[in-house]
Design a binder for this molecule. Sequence first.
Ligand code: PLP
Length: 373
Amino acid sequence: MKKIYLDNAATTAIRQEVIDEMMKVMQSEYGNPSSTHSIGRSAKAIIETSRKTIAKQLHCNAQEIVFTATATEATNWILRSAVKDFGVKRIITSKVEHHATLYTVQALQEEFGIEVEFVNVVHDGTLDYAQFSELLSGNIKTLVSLMHVNNETGVVNDIERIGAMCHQNKALFHCDTVQSIGKTELNIHELAVDFLVASAHKFHGPKGVGFAFIRKNLVLQPMLFGGEQEKGWRAGTESVHQIAGMAKALELSYENLNEEREQISELKAYCFEKLQATFQDVTVNGSNTFYNILNVVLPFAPEKTAMILFNLDMKGIAVSRGSACQSGSIKPSHVLAEMLNDDELKKPSLRISFSHYNTKAEIDYLVSALKEI
Ligand code: PLP
């Protein structure tokens, strides 16, 4: 059966060049990067070259990049360290963040009794900046955690503005850039951001490897003890082939960015036009959305909601839904629940997320499969 992958916000296919790079490293660079002999030093050199490659793409210093296993790990570490080591007493975030952030903040609130405030999210998924500004006032050591691109709706937050507001109010700024790194230009040098997190599998790299950007002079406590790797912050032998694969994937993403962005934007517009022509009442969740994510409300009867993904899956089409069905009841996504009213939430929402590997023929197939439901 033909497989059509339209779930690129969940993860992406690894580029062949990245697989080749990782194979090369696995075959010939098996040294332990901490060993002092030449085989170890050669593996170490791969890690440091990868760090420089990543830093160059994002316009920061190589020393500011710390390799981790996932973005979830990086976010856990940064937020915990901010509370424990920087004396942060309040975290300002939003209810549409990824659970990597939300559950960590909740755990820190329970453990350390910190104050937690949420920036309001309006109907189109954008933030209420006036309320955010009010929240920021007050003389209390604060960390702001707001994402760049929402993984469910694709709504883009204005991180230049958020960073500037944090800076003015002396708040630390942690930004979840998992959905945007490798897909849009980021100049960290010009951004008032203290911490960023990224994950290689979202930009056509391997799973189980990511990185954090930690602004120079911010000294965190180790997340793992037991060795000197990653400045002693994350002990344990590095995954050399994954780090090399991630650097290659990021480099290729930026090398091909203009061309692929144009192609993907066109696909997204085509998909929406086709959906509109087929189902007149289709609407989009969110405004100012990123070019690779389309979250739509389909004018189907609520009882069909649970069937949609199943039907599409039977036809080899992978997409995500905006609502999760649990034990026969429909549990709305925590993101859409913040944006939509109860009636809107009952209708089936679908997240279609694209990559440069998709084609218009695949979109035609998706739309015709939806028509048959
Ligand atoms: N943040 C966002 C916005 C995401 O989309 C994801 C992955 O789905 C994560 C964080 C977690 O990333 P990882 O899989 O690397 O832990």
